[in-house]
Design a protein around this ligand. Sequence first.
Ligand SMILES: *[C@@H]1O[C@H](CO)[C@@H](O)[C@H](O)[C@H]1NC(C)=O
Ligand SMILES: *[C@@H]1O[C@H](CO)[C@@H](O)[C@H](O)[C@H]1NC(C)=O
Ligand SMILES: *[C@@H]1O[C@H](CO)[C@@H](O)[C@H](O)[C@H]1NC(C)=O
Ligand SMILES: *[C@@H]1O[C@H](CO)[C@@H](O)[C@H](O)[C@H]1NC(C)=O
Length: 406
Amino acid sequence: MENKHLLKTSTIALCIFLFIQQVQQILATATNTTRKAPAILVFGDSIVDPGNNNAISTTIKCNFPPYGQNFPHHLSTGRFSNGRIPSDILASKLGIKDYVPAYLDANLTEYDLLTGVSFASGACGYDPLTAEIMQVLTMDDQLKLFKEYKQKIKAIAGEKIAEEIISKSYYLIITGADDLANTYFTTPFRSNYDLSSYIQLVVRFASKFYQDLYNLGARRIIVTSIPPIGSIPSQRTLAGGIERNTVPRYNEAATTCNSELQKEIQRLNHTLPGANIAFQDMYTPLLDIIQRPSAYGSFEICNKSFGCCLFLCGTRYTQEMQSSASAINNRGQMVPVTFYVKFLGFEVSNRGCCGTGIFEVTLTCNSYTAEPCKDPSKFVFWDTYHLTERAYNILINKLIAKYGLN
Ligand SMILES: *[C@@H]1O[C@H](CO)[C@@H](O)[C@H](O)[C@H]1NC(C)=O
Ligand SMILES: *[C@@H]1O[C@H](CO)[C@@H](O)[C@H](O)[C@H]1NC(C)=O
Ligand SMILES: *[C@@H]1O[C@H](CO)[C@@H](O)[C@H](O)[C@H]1NC(C)=O
Ligand SMILES: *[C@@H]1O[C@H](CO)[C@@H](O)[C@H](O)[C@H]1NC(C)=O
């Protein structure tokens, strides 16, 4: 009896201690103004498009609710999620800023330009045909805008500072999923290629893009791998049969394409003087989140008078924790407290939060015909293609933990 009680008390004390440590960590990071790079410049598809597609005539848009519902006033910026996207999260981690705006946003300030923008366009791929089918910006179009951008920052900051921004900034490239998921597997437009020759074609376009970007002055380049497209809700619906199973053939295609991209990037990293091009594996951590959603969560133990504390993943929840525990009251006395326990973590990873979750994306995910789920933090996917803000946060943090921020 006595021992049991002690155990419970120390668990709560430990938990409060952990909580305080976390808060201190967050404050230290937030007030740390050391920047790891002057700016971040982003290229790619909807994973990193903060609203460029708002400004072009395409149906691949999401500047309406429920997109953006995590933002103040539920602002639908054109980001393909309920909140921040990977480019925003990485920019925060680099100490640059919390949101990377769209280059085609009409209201950019000089500060926005000097600290970096995104040229990404939802539904594009390395293969220019992928963007052309959907009437969005190709990777080449994005490079043209980047050239224009360089002229603008020269005019603002002068030649010397502009050069420094260009050579010292982070370049983030996320695309390729739509080449396989849309163009190759879903449309007939590349049916004259078999899978392996299509992958060769994608890698040739990708390599040309990296070299062009290098020739325009980029040096620190991060390329992420193609995600497990066979496990995303849209492809389960399209090709996963009546049970909406994962589509192994699609995941194998992504894996093959990734290993070819990786080889090419390693080759370029060695042959282009001064280049630092990193290929980061996004496939493996994302597949793990999809396959083991409940591993990405924590238990929250709350009592209205005493507040909440978190038991992080891996903690075994026992009935005792809920039925009784102790806490220190404001007179310094240890008192028994009744708590309730909530599991905060992913519960659904095979469909999106928006609507039925099996087909809603962009225009079909709108607040007129598709209500979002009640608690998006329980969903890995926001719509049938894109992750929720919580899932993006976890994914990017995993990448940073593995690869660092150099
Ligand atoms: C601030 O950032 C710099 C550079 O990343 C790091 O060396 C330093 O430890 C950070 N300081 C704190 C208080 O986190
Ligand atoms: C840009 O500014 C104009 C004029 O101030 C405003 O009407 C418009 O809503 C702004 N657009 C965005 C995307 O913020
Ligand atoms: C790429 O090259 C840089 C040197 O320019 C080197 O520091 C880095 O380790 C290389 N990265 C890979 C993945 O080979
Ligand atoms: C909080 O703990 C106190 C003391 O045990 C208890 O009376 C109260 O009902 C608890 N509140 C909740 C919401 O569980």
